[in-house]
Design a protein around this ligand. Sequence first.
Ligand SMILES: [Zn+2]
Ligand SMILES: [Zn+2]
Length: 334
Amino acid sequence: MFEAMAQGLVSPIVELLARWDSKTFWLYFACSALMAAYIISRRSPAPSIRGTLSFLFPRAIYAHPSAINDYKIWILNNLLNAAVLLPYAAMLTQATSLAVEHALGALVGQASLNWHAGWVSRVLFTAVELLVIDAGFFFAHYLQHRVPLLWQFHKTHHSAEVLMPITVFRMHPVDLMLHTSLVCVLAGGMIGIFSFLYAGPVTAFAVNGFNICLFAFYVAGIHLRHAHVWVMYPRWIAKHISSPALHLIHHSSDPKHADKNMAQIFNFWDRMFGTLYLPTEQEGIRFGLWNDEHLQFRSLGALYGRPFLDALALLRPKRGPAVAARPEESVRRS
Ligand SMILES: [Zn+2]
Ligand SMILES: [Zn+2]
């Protein structure tokens, strides 16, 4: 237990300095900051270093009470990750992989097809791994928005009143558990299929152990998805790959943006489920929950505890205070 806690406290530093597969690896922060600095350089003919820095790190956002809560949740969730989520993820992925491999072996009557693993299998693995991780993210996110009980826990993330890179970790543990479970089951299933098909392990083309496609996505401004800067990729890319600005819209408290842009990487998930919102120009966005419900999520206790109370009120409506309606529910009722 103490070992896990110590690991949880040290892991943010390790991830910042050396973990290429972590969103908090220094390179991804640096790339996002460079992209934002480029944007200000285009707006201002002669930007000063001081002006650029105050544009990149405005005190009004980085010292906002909502951001302070993000830092605290980040630390607490790191402890939870080390103690529970990471061992759970490893166990679930391995168990699913073995179950799928054995099931396929029993179905076909031989343990493996023993295909030769070469560069084709690596290309295939790289692409499928990217798709599987993105699918896991999208479907967990879709359920978090569409299932009222799960939405109560996802409100913690959407209650952020300002967005900055650490807001990505403003997640309720129930949200994290759902997301981790779905991604691990899908990834484990994929590994099981590849283990059954090929003789020897197949791995993705990678940059320091991290899938090269995911690496490219992280480098292309992953931290601008939670930021005060509006970044849309060129139109021909933006149609297919989720630009950082689409996630700003996802955090909007305007009912017209509710439940839009749930994808992380590929927009075709949102297109398939009718939830894609591609703006033609920059929009003014007020972050938070619809109808100012975020005002009830301003303390650490509320961010972790209120979702349980709201979930209980939803399950036993006569016992507790009414849970705030979602935009589309209120439209249906009016
Ligand atoms: Zn969401
Ligand atoms: Zn977000």
